[in-house]
Design a protein. Sequence first.
Length: 382
Amino acid sequence: MDSLTQIVLGAAVGELVLGKKVGNKAILWGAIAGTIPDLDVLNRVFFDDLRANELHRGVTHSIFFSSVMAPILGRWVKSNQASLLSVFVGLVMAVFFFGTESVTGKSMVALITLLIIGLVLWKMKGQDTATAKDWSWLFWWSLVTHPLLDCHTTWGTQLFWPLPLKVAFNNIFVVDPMYTVPFLICVTVAMFLERTDPRRRWINKLGLVISTAYMALTILFKFEAHRHIRASVERQGIAYSKISTRPTPFNAILWTTNVNAGDHYELGYYSLLDTKPDVDFVRIPKNHQLLGPWADHENVKRLTHLSDDNYVIQLRNDTLVFCDLRFGQMGEPAVDKPFVYSYQLIPNGTQLDVKLLPPRTPNGEQFSTILSELWTRVKGES
């Protein structure tokens, strides 16, 4: 999920675990812990695009990482270095995110928030009644809930690292206000109540219950969308080997699907509010033959694994482009439209270099148009 959501989730979990003993310190440290797994963004500084994406949501998003780091951070917080740690984390993340081209405005806001949190903690010196074990539990829960949440999105999370399995339930979009806002409101209100006030814990729990209930609802929505899409595929006589479904941006009502149909994919949308019986599909040729002699190259195999074998090849200006279908296209699917997440394949002698193309992000006017079209489609077709 996005950085803001992870910060808010970490804060809510921190309050749940230790808020009664240490008050707002639990919220602030939970917020920091909730975003630590995303330090794997530093991979882009040291590795090429392909390797960095292979490592994304890897070891730092594992149960192993949470279990190792929690006692270390718990003891550190109890030491005199706690304030230094908070500022260090905020500074490091801010510097590297600001220096990364892929950073979004929301990520910047979230990381500036982290830096402010660090400075606040610097001022919150003094003794508390929590033990190192208490702090370790706070860190473990705030760390591990980060990858557990990410498992519900599309990318794939290596929760059981070092095992290669990546978990991706595809039931919630990476940014969904319906999930984040209840946390944000309830945690904010809780911060202004005394740590011994029973309303504080009740309000924080309310945010957790509402957001968790919404998450469960998205799973039910996914099952219903998948059932309808599969029935539509079968009614239309489309021979398929796999159907994947995932939510569209900012909601869990409109779903997009990739149907693996041999030498091509069938792409389409389905809204839970649709009244027409069948999905309108667009045929997208795989064009795997365009790879030619590069089809068995190691980098192509790595990209295939990274995309979970959901890809097509496009030819743009005489250059091969590997398109990851999991993140779709902007707006309605079309044959010649670029995909959001793509890699340029560049022959270099006997080697094949891979360059991540900048994710396609619309400008202000385009974004407004796409949002308007999205909202229209969410409301359903008859």
